[in-house]
Design a protein. Structure first.
Length: 377
């Protein structure tokens, strides 16, 4: 059976062109549950705004996204000298690891694969630490793993589990690791979509801390790419001085400024995500075939309760019917029963649940009577 896991994407979701070629050549657009983007879509009026700005592509963009950087710093409540704008959060993860050149990078598992990919590219030794879905984090034990010159990466909320860790635990981890001469990089790409900004560490000032945020996911701009990092003023100044001055294209900068000025957009997004996350959770639990992990983000991690459940078969069944999910069996520590779904709009979420119910009743699922007959355990 064909797989969408390849070296080009590292197994990420959102590769719609390849998915359509494999499964859906004549059925129209795929409904994409594999990519965790704001389900509300771009801010109202943004596309018209960018059409007006399109002639400006004949000019160089503002170096270091100057105007957007200044406005974003004010919006986030951080000094502009501590802020770096990038071509998406992923570019900044790679940039910061390449710049710091740690000898050892500790990465969470299961979690976003780009931490390990960036570390390998930088020539660092990679060591995984376990963050099993559904388990609380032992910050004391994690701090003891660090040593001089290490970089410890933490994803909050974690991807794919959706678990949001408290600010207090992470601040303790920062204190412990910094005291041992290690640095901490916290990827907060999904915190803006949890409605829990108080858990962010972006206001902490430490020579040992970097905080990454994806604006791509927040504003539904995956094709434009936009992200930011907050770090020590001395290091951000050095990267600003020696790094690429035009990392962020002019349309992405225009889009960022426009989104910052959009009134009520974030509030509507958070309300939609909360309501639809609860709807999806109920819908999958009612099938009796899945465990749904409690999460705070705009996505859910699920596990088939029966050993015969195979996510490759399930993905194939859905994709041939125009619905794309994210297999999670290529996350280290997860097996063929795990998958992740984004929270989308009600009609789309209802379609996913109905197609799943049809799958469970079909012979392709290998699950007897269309139900695992189990509870959410």
């Amino acid at each position: 059976m064909l797989s969408v896991f390849d070296d080009e994407t590292g197994g990420h979701g959102g590769d719609l062109a390849r998915a359509a070629k494999l499964w859906n050549p004549d059925r129209g657009e795929l409904v994409d549950f594999s990519s965790n983007i704001n389900p509300l879509g771009p801010a109202p009026g943004l596309l018209d705004h960018l059409r007006i700005a399109l002639p400006e592509i004949v000019s160089y963009p503002s170096p270091q996204a100057r105007e957007f950087r200044e406005r974003l710093a004010a919006f986030m409540g951080v000094p502009v000298e501590r802020l770096i704008i990038g071509n998406g959060a992923n570019e900044l993860i790679h940039l910061l690891i390449l710049w710091s050149r740690p000898q050892r990078v500790l990465v969470p598992s299961p979690s976003f694969s780009e931490y390990e990919r960036a570390a390998v590219l930088a020539g660092a030794r990679v060591e995984r630490y376990s963050l099993p879905p559904g388990n609380e984090v032992d910050f004391d034990a994690l701090g003891r793993k660090t040593g001089p010159g290490d970089l410890l990466v933490f994803c909050n909320p974690n991807n794919p589990t959706g678990m949001l860790s408290p600010r207090g635990g992470l601040s303790h981890l920062l204190e412990t690791s910094a005291g041992k001469g290690a640095s901490l990089m916290v990827d907060e790409s999904f915190i803006p979509l949890t409605g829990r900004p108080e858990e962010s560490l972006r206001d902490f000032q430490s020579e040992h801390l970097w905080v990454i945020t994806s604006l791509t996911k927040l504003w539904s701009l995956p094709g434009l790419r936009l992200g930011c990092a907050v770090g020590p003023e001395k290091l951000t100044g050095a990267i600003t001085r020696w790094g690429d001055p035009w990392r962020v294209n002019i349309l992405a900068q225009k889009a960022g400024i426009y989104c910052l000025e959009s009134k009520g957009y974030l509030e509507k997004s958070l309300a939609l995500i909360k309501k639809e996350r609860e709807f999806l959770t109920r819908g999958f639990l009612e099938t009796g075939a899945f465990h749904v992990y409690e999460g705070s983000a705009n996505y859910l991690l699920l596990r088939g309760l029966e050993a015969v459940f195979n996510v490759e078969d399930y993905q194939d069944y859905l994709a041939r019917r125009g619905v794309l999910i994210r297999r999670a069996d290529n996350f280290f520590g997860l097996d063929q029963r795990y998958f992740r779904i984004a929270v989308r709009t009600r009609p789309e979420n209802l379609r996913l649940i109905r197609e799943t119910e049809a799958y469970l009743k079909s012979g392709e699922s290998k699950i007897k009577n269309g139900s695992a007959g189990g509870e959410n355990r």
